[in-house]
Design a protein around this ligand. Structure first.
Ligand code: ATP
Ligand code: MG
Length: 579
């Protein structure tokens, strides 16, 4: 347990290495602070013995000068120490936060489908904040108090080692409760951070799902859910506070025992003439000044334990191996022609198989349509091609390259995807479309928008392409959002185009216009089109019919109709609907 804490702490310290210069400077300044404290305690003795008792006027005039100079040194040192130590702490936290984000965004879709956005946010913000409040700020105090403590202890033993031993009897006694308390604090801080992440997840969900909340009038239930979790968080924090608050009184009680002992024994030694009154006073002053840092150090231990609790969670996250990475010696896939092969691909998200023995061979430039009931595995299929997941068995090849053996980056360069769930960023329309190709000029963006049949409505907006759309494009209609996403895919200019219900929200007329535009685009590209509306896919070079993850039919529209199978049934149902 203690070893693990130490490991976590050591690992945390490695992050401070780049800022060693600041830290050393701060430490030197701490030395100044500690030295002035020790000097103050030491000077009590000449004050009593030479100034007060002897009444030497020259020394009396010196007193304010000495006091003022000491204070000056202490103030400057303290400022330097605080400034450099705290900026170092902030920089360390910055680095950690960046590393957390970089690491998180590299994790696979599998990871993201199993964790709430809120909990991810919470780790990066709340856990690191806890670390910052604790480790960064407290490290300053630890070093300063530690140095002062060492100085005072030295002075005590130098003054009178017998008295010093009496004063220190309490120290080993104090260590036991301190370590117990530290352990509990760490435990409850960890737990409280778990609560905080649930709390963040609730927030994130209720705000991003605010329309559902409003539609079903479930504000009250949401409030209750939030209040309950907030209360749970308080319960955890209450435990932390309980142990935290007990620390100071326990230390106070122990310190008073030490004082009592020293007074009792010290006065006797003055009476025996073993030490002077001044020496006793100096000893008591040093002791008073020593218990201060000691108490604060023990309190610091609590805070450090909090930091370790948070750091454990942070490191757990950083230690997660991304389960989908570039393989050893992965090569960059050059711009491909778009020859796509699925070779006996099996896939499951969990245990339930979603694709079984799926094989196809698509020559470059062909348009492939994928149809089938909801949940048949259509989106999964193109997700595999985009390598969101790796197949459980089998291979996927592009131009003969197994996509598992090429760099993910180069693979993504070959692909433009319009997903079933349209997502737009909180940014201008220009930037939303340009997202797929940051180097594209405004003219290119506008051309893509024209092809996607989006130019017209964009120009009608108050600020045209400069209009900022909400974080989920709330100011656009479903069909408009889809057209922005299509424009984004067009601008990507990739050899493989994946359209997952890309035109489902458009009316029949706009859909046929967009289809025409896409048809132009598809000419030199391999395209996978998923659509429920069969009119969208009937012109495809090949139609794949998926049923519960199995490819059951394959062919052109007319052939499939004649065959009279699943496709025929789907077709007749839609035809009947229309009649
Ligand atoms: N991230 C996921 N984790 C676990 N199971 C999933 C995940 N995504 C999809 N599934 C499951 O895999 C199966 C296929 O889903 P998929 O999204 O491929 O269907 P689809 O054919 O695209 O359906 P739709 O027409 O409704 O979009 C479904 O049974 C679904 O429940
Ligand atoms: Mg789907």
């Amino acid at each position: 347990m203690a070893q693990r804490n130490l490991d976590v702490y050591k690992r945390l310290l490695t992050y401070s290495r780049p800022y060693l210069r600041r830290i050393i400077l701060a430490m030197i300044a701490s030395l100044g602070v500690a030295a002035t404290d020790v000097a103050t305690a030491k000077l009590v003795q000449p004050l009593v013995d030479y100034v007060l008792n002897v009444q030497n006027l020259m020394f009396v005039n010196l007193v304010p000068v000495v006091v003022f100079s000491l204070a000056g040194v202490k103030c400057v040192s303290r400022y330097v120490q605080d400034y450099f130590m705290k900026t170092a702490g902030q920089l360390v936290v910055q680095d950690l936060r960046n590393e957390m984000y970089d690491h998180s965004i590299n994790l696979s879709m599998r990871y993201y489908s199993k964790h709430t956005v809120g909990s991810m946010v919470s780790r990066i913000l709340n856990d690191i904040n806890m670390l910052q409040k604790s480790a960064a700020d407290e490290l300053v105090a630890m070093i300063r108090e530690g140095l002062t403590l060492i100085g005072m202890v030295g002075l005590l033993f130098y003054n009178d080692w017998r008295l010093a031993i009496v004063a220190f009897i309490v120290l080993p006694v104090a260590v036991i409760p301190a370590s117990q308390i530290g352990r509990r604090i760490k435990k409850y801080v960890r737990k409280s951070l778990t609560n905080m992440s649930t709390l963040t997840a609730i927030l994130q969900e209720s705000f991003s799902g605010i329309k559902v909340v409003k539609a079903f009038g479930t504000e009250r239930a949401e409030k209750e859910k939030f209040h309950r979790e907030n209360w749970n968080f308080y319960q955890r924090m209450r435990k932390v506070i309980r142990y935290d608050s007990a620390t100071a009184p326990i230390m106070e009680a122990l310190a008073s025992c030490g004082f009592a002992g020293v007074l009792w024994y010290g006065v006797q030694r003055v009476m025996d003439g073993a030490i002077t009154q001044g020496e006793l006073m100096s000893f008591l002053a040093a002791m008073g000044m020593m218990y201060g840092p000691m108490k604060r150090l023990i309190k610091s231990n609590n805070v450090i334990q909090k930091a370790i609790g948070a750091a454990e969670r942070v490191f757990e996250m950083l230690d997660l191996q991304p389960d989908l990475t570039d393989c050893e010696g992965a090569i960059a896939l050059p711009r491909c022609r778009g020859h796509v092969v699925f070779d006996k691909v099996d896939f499951a998200y969990d245990d339930e198989p979603v694709l079984r023995g799926f094989s196809i061979d698509v020559p470059p430039g062909k348009m492939i349509a994928v149809v089938g009931a909801s949940g048949a595995g259509k989106s999964t299929l193109i997700g595999l091609l985009a390598r969101f997941y790796d197949p459980v068995a089998g291979k996927i090849l592009i131009d003969g390259y197994d996509i598992a053996t090429v760099t993910q980056n180069s693979l993504k360069q070959q692909i433009a995807l319009v997903d079933q769930e349209t997502f737009l960023f909180h940014d201008t329309l220009y930037n939303n479309i340009r997202y797929s190709n940051p180097a594209a000029t405004d003219a290119k963006v506008e051309e893509a928008a024209r092809l996607a049949y989006a130019d017209e409505f964009i120009r009608e907006m108050p600020e045209g392409y400069q209009t900022i759309i909400g974080d989920r494009g709330v100011r656009l209609s479903g069909g408009q959002r889809q057209r922005i996403c299509i424009a984004r895919a067009i601008l990507r200019d990739a050899p493989i185009l994946l359209l997952d219900e890309a035109t489902s929200a458009l009316d029949t007329q706009s859909e046929s216009v967009v289809q025409k535009a896409l048809a132009n685009l598809m000419k030199e590209r391999t395209t996978f089109v998923i659509a429920h509306r069969l009119s969208t896919v009937m012109h495809a070079d090949e139609i794949l019919v998926l049923h519960e993850g199995v490819l059951v039919e394959q062919g052109r529209h007319n052939d499939l109709l004649e065959a009279g199978g699943v496709y025929r049934r789907l077709h007749d149902m839609q035809f009947e609907d229309r009649r």
